[in-house]
Design a protein around this ligand. Sequence first.
Ligand code: ZN
Ligand code: FE
Ligand code: FE
Ligand code: ZN
Length: 289
Amino acid sequence: ASRGLGDVYKRQMLAWAFPSMYCDYHTHTPLCLHASGTPQEYVQAAVRAGLREYGISDHAPMPGEPFDDWRMKQADMPAYLDWLTEARECAAPHGLTVRSALECDWFPGIEPWIEHLQGLHAWDYLIGSVHYLGEKEEFDNPHRMDFWHRTDVEDAWEQYWERFRNMAASGMFHIMGHADLIKKFGFRPSGDLRRYYEPSLEAMRETGACLELNTAGWHNKCGEQYPDGQFLKMAAEAGIPLTISSDAHRPEDVGRDFKRAGELARQAGFRHLASFQGGRMKLFPLPGI
Ligand code: ZN
Ligand code: FE
Ligand code: FE
Ligand code: ZN
């Protein structure tokens, strides 16, 4: 117990010295069937990474089960809430704040389901992500590369950004997940990509949606954070709020590359980051300022 108390003091000292330590708002749990680790291991990793807040945002259930094999089932929701409670208990002695969230999949006509998910718990925030095109085409799954073999890149991008823009315009999510995920395997149309970004940024500006700088892209085929530098710059110019997140599926990835991401955010023109509590956003200075 005395060691725990020491940790609390140490963290308070750190909080005074660095009043704006990072929050990692996009992380997963083993309930989605493709992540590993215990609440305690994630909390330890978050403390080691010097995070102020650890946001848990696992892949939300979808109706029509089994929907796919990489998300929690509706029946897992009590276990998920238990997981969040355990993480909160592990984190408390360290002065680390845990946030509860979901990463929801966007489909045309999904609004009633999202409303259902909203009502299941007092979430701190919801992340909206586009992982599917068409009826049920997975463009970001390395086991579904046939999609890219039969789809024109320009076409896929058109579809993706239309869907992303509609998700932003819905106003149902606090944070837009990995904005340009469609580039995951490095397939991009040639020429100026702003034609894809502009309508989405406009929708985000209108609904007050927040963008995330997702560091997982540095470890995917595309070798670049989500979204790209141009998108980030345009978002900063439009005054869109930003979070930085790891999309960790393993404890050791929590808070990964945040220093690099913070520098990139600053270069793009951001001076603040967003934090969420009970659905309400609060800005804090980008660490290092
Ligand atoms: Zn995942
Ligand atoms: Fe995702
Ligand atoms: Fe994720
Ligand atoms: Zn994700």
